[in-house]
Every structure is written in C-alpha cells, then in structure tokens.
Design a protein around this ligand. Structure first.
Ligand SMILES: [Zn+2]
Length: 398
C-alpha cells in the first residue's frame, strides 16, 4: 500500500532562504520548459518531448553554475516530468473531444512543490541518524534541515517532496509497502448516500459533515469574486482582493479536506463493510438539461438543488471524500463496495416500489405504495447497502 507522510520543516533562516531559491528556480525551469514547447510547436509544429528537455538540462546547468546547477539533477527532471504530465493530460482531454485549457505558466505563489524522485539521490531522509533527538532531511543545495516528525514513518520511502504552504515549509514522504493497521471488527455494515445538505448519510441515519461552514466560506468567496470584477486591473486594491480570493479558496480546500478526513475516519471506525455509490462526479454535478413540461414551462430537474451551493465545492468534495475513504478503508482492512446508484433514491427501502413520486422533496421520502416514510438520504443509503450486499453475494457465488 502506498501512503504519504507530511511533516513540518524547521529550517534555519539561511535554509529557508535557500528553500525559497530552490522553489523559485524549479518554477522558472518549469516555465522555461513550457515556453520551449510552445515556441517549438507554434513556429515549427514540432512536439518537444520529455527526453529532449531532460537532455537539455546538462547545458542549462553548465550555463548557470550559481543558479540552476545548485540543485539536484533528479529534482529538475521531476519538474520536467511534471510538465510532461500536464501536456499528456491536455492531449488526452483534446482526444476525448473536450476543450481543455493549454498548460499554463506558473506565477509566483502558484508553484509550491519540489520533488526528489528517489531517497538518496539529491536528498536523504534521516540524514543524521546518530543525532539523539532530532530527525533531519538533507536536501542538495540546502543542507540538513530539521524535521518536526510527529509520527512514525511506515513502509519504504520512494519520493521526498518539499512543499511551501501558507508561508511554512513541509516535507512529504511518499512510501510504498506501508503495512495495513487493521482495526478490530465491529460486525456492522453501512450504506452511504452522498448528498448536498450533508456530505454523506448512512443507512443508520447519521448525517456526516454538514455543509453549513462551506456555505459560509462559499458566500464570502462569491462576494470577494464580485468585488474583484469591480477593481481596476493592475491596481493595488485589485492585488489585495486577488490575495483574499486565493486565501479563501485555500481555506475552503482545507475545510473540505479536514471534514472529509473526519467523516471517513468515523465510517471506517464504525463499520466493517461500507457501500457507496459509484459516482461519476463530473457527470453528477453537470447542470441538468431543462425538461419541457409540455405547457410551455419546465419540470423540476434537480438543477436548483445542485447549483444552490458553490458547485466547485461540491464537484471536488465527493471525489476527495471517496479517495480518502478508500485509503482509510484499505489501511484499516475494511471492505468497500461501489454500486451503481440508479434508482437508489426513488426506490422504497421497505417494499421495493420504485417511483419518482416517492421522493416528495429533497429531504422527504414517502412511498406511494406502502406509505413508508424516511429521510430521503437514509432511504437511499439503505438501498445502497442492499445493492452492495447483493453484489457481494454474486461475487462470492461466482
Ligand atoms: Zn414502500
């Protein structure tokens, strides 16, 4: 199992300055490599590949002994590979018939990570193993930097990255072969329905992570963005508003991540088996097409409920949550099943009657046949659990 560990770095002021130079030089390398690809393509229709750019590194380093040559060759290669990946994703989207944005230049403050692809190559974890109390990481061109290691590192370290976040420096270790830390069995199973009012609702009726605080941040964000439109380009006040928008975005991201971790942790602690909807997140939050009702008006299509909250928060929220949940479930030895969500929200969990009319409102479910009443998300979660158990029976019989 692969897993990452993130620790705060405690650089000296000299090391902090070197870290800033290191990050800035990698950013400039990224932008220069991007410029190279653009020009070659525009002027000569030539596609520059990673191999070409990696071969150029030798010259770049030779020409800049006090600058680029200070840093690890391998971390520079990782930077070029990162750009290569951005291009690969861009072309994949073009091929899929979408119209993605061309890979962008990274402005100051929009490039926050340097990766060393292999421990021992331009970097060394635990570089002073005989030090009695402190753990250090050695980074080429920067030195032995103190690490605030608040937990044990498990598995084998594959890559080491340095990340600049909210004016602090972190080291991120990506490890392979991390042993699972199995949790004791609880004998309980749950289906979860992912919704709008709360991130997830369990078949036991628990609502995980209400979105109220997101809504508050989203409101502030929207207001700040509106303010941005009124400010003059290049003005000081505009710059301040841009910074505020970025800070709010970061805050929403942190809140979302934190809430997703908490919700996933609670689920994994409580249940041996968790069944969730197989979501195509992008499809689910796509604005639903209006359906004419035949009288010149439109039938409800669920679009209002989904555009009520900041859509970007929803979009990313479910994907992030499922990723975290699957990591935690694997690590704890829990079983996770994804099921097709078709009809789970309109089928009665009591009698099986399936009708659109069963769903009275966003929150209310009332079966038109047997009269069963429940919170609509709880009803759906029960159906999801049942679908998961059926899938498992089929898989085991096969
Ligand atoms: Zn019923």
């Amino acid at each position: 199992m692969r897993r990452s560990f993130k620790f705060l770095l405690r650089p000296t002021s000299k090391q902090a300055a070197a870290l800033a130079h290191c990050l800035e030089d990698h950013r400039q390398l990224y932008n220069a490599a991007l410029e190279h690809r653009r020009i070659a393509y525009r002027k000569a229709g030539v596609t520059v590949r990673y191999g070409d750019q990696s071969a150029d590194l030798k010259h770049i380093r030779a020409d800049d002994p006090g600058g680029q040559a200070r840093w690890s060759f391998s971390s520079q290669q990782a930077t070029l590979r990162r750009l290569d990946k951005a291009f690969a994703m861009f072309f994949a989207r073009v091929k899929a018939g979408r119209t993605p944005g061309f890979p962008r230049f990274k402005g100051r403050g929009w490039y926050d990570t340097v990766e060393w692809p292999k421990d021992g190559d331009g970097c060394r974890w635990d570089s002073q193993p005989h030090h009695p109390v402190t753990i250090y990481v050695r980074l080429q061109g920067i030195g032995h930097v103190r690490v605030h290691q608040h937990r044990r590192v498990l598995g084998n370290i594959k890559t080491i990255s340095v990340k600049h976040e909210a004016s602090r420096w972190f080291v991120v270790l990506s490890c392979d072969d991390v042993p699972a830390e199995a949790l004791p069995a609880t004998g309980a199973m749950a289906g979860i329905d992912m919704g709008v009012a709360s991130l997830a609702t369990t078949s036991d009726g628990d609502h995980l992570e209400h979105k109220r605080h997101f809504a508050a941040s989203a409101g502030l964000l929207a207001a700040a963005q509106r303010g941005l439109a009124r400010k003059k380009r290049g003005s000081n006040r505009r710059r301040k508003t841009v910074a505020r928008v970025a800070a709010l975005h970061a805050k929403v991201r942190r809140q979302r991540l934190d809430a997703a971790h908490k919700a996933a942790k609670a689920l994994v602690a409580g249940y041996d088996l968790i069944v969730h909807e197989a979501l195509k997140v992008t499809n689910m939050t796509k604005r639903a097409a209006p359906k004419p009702d035949g009288n010149g008006g439109y039938l409800p299509n669920g679009a209002a409920a989904k555009s009520g909250l900041n859509r970007s928060i929803l979009d990313a929220g479910w994907g992030v949550f499922l990723t975290i949940l699957s990591h935690k479930a694997e690590s704890a030895g829990r079983e996770l099943i994804a099921v097709n969500p078709a009809n789970t929200s309109r089928t009665c969990a009591e009698c099986g009657h399936c009708a659109r009319e069963n769903r009275v409102t966003q929150a209310e479910f009332r079966c038109q046949q047997c009269g069963y009443e429940a919170h609509a998300d709880v009803n759906a979660a029960i159906n999801i659990l049942r679908a998961g158990l059926a899938l498992r029976r089929v898989a085991r019989a096969a």
